[in-house]
Design a protein around this ligand. Sequence first.
Ligand SMILES: [Zn+2]
Length: 405
Amino acid sequence: MISRRKWVQSLGIAFGATLTSKAYPVAGYERETPKQNSSHAGLPLSEYQPKSMLHVRETRVERARFPLIDIHTHISVSANSEHGVDIGAERNYLGTPEELLTVMDRKNIRSMVNLTGGFENGLTDVISRYDQRFPDRFYSFAEPSYARFLEPNYPRLQAEAIETAHRAGAKGLKILKTLGLYLRENIISGKLVKIDDARFDPMWDACGQLNMPVAIHVSDPIAFFTPTDRYNERYEELNNHPDWSFYGHDFPSNAELLDARNRVFARHPKTQFIALHAGNFAEDLGHVSESLDHYPNMSIDIAARIGELGRQPRTARRFFDKYQNRILFGTDATPHGDETPQQIFNDKLYEIYYRFLETGDEYFDYAPANVPPQGRWRIYGIELPEAILKKVYNGNAARLLNITV
Ligand SMILES: [Zn+2]
């Protein structure tokens, strides 16, 4: 069998426009002499869009088998942020409820949870526009107001803000990766604030007391913590979004971030945490399993990680069997978010998730895009039985949100 690298070289494919195979000999592999008659020598990787010649079953799943709760969407976002920190309560809206409901009804989406509901009057505005106008179709989560971080009584203020948000109708608290990767001692300057910083303890406790789950995004794909070079399996994605790289500078490692997160889980056993993006370590489900085993107050969602779960379908299936009561359906859907095809809110996106969860289809795209946006591979369905599907689609989320479906 020809090695993948040799095969790539033989096509003359190279990373980026400047690095051609000619200029880029690889240690340990013999270079093949480029064919003189090849008109494709030097084809940039960005232009390579291979079409699979495989003939296997293709199933279109237009509607989810059960009404679902999408626990991870972004309908509103902060209008102002600086260096990754949201400053100010004002919100931008990415889709009207009416526009979203058309797709929701077609796809059997009972409810969308808008995680980035914000804080203060931004949050109450979101709740009145969506949650209150269309009860049970939209739920909103609150976010911390880091803009007040420098106020001397911030820990108490932030805990009180959770109570106020709860009274206003917020269903939970969302923590973006801001905590751990952007928030600094002087908000946007100084040392990075640690995820388990004691100043947030009253906030985590308030969520526990009020039965508000905390949806927490910590760290990012492990490849984002390694150099953006020819060995990086998400090279193209990082090349498209250089600011997503957390390699170098003063960024903590992925392990340090996850350890700090787990210390929060341990210190606040009465608070329910939803570790987003497959526990933020979909590349290592063994690690996620260990955390789930250690912390009974931890659940996960699968948002923007079917690309990872679906390339390890047998491991993923065993994982779903074992943790079927703690996995929530989520997509990271963002209306009109055309920069990231894996999360644009539309029919196609949901059909791919349904296909992954419900069918045994093989080798299909995990995102509606010409080039797989999170790494050049395809995925396999895991054919969940109905009992598990139902829990993942709505049962587990309903329990955490204290609602009945
Ligand atoms: Zn998200």
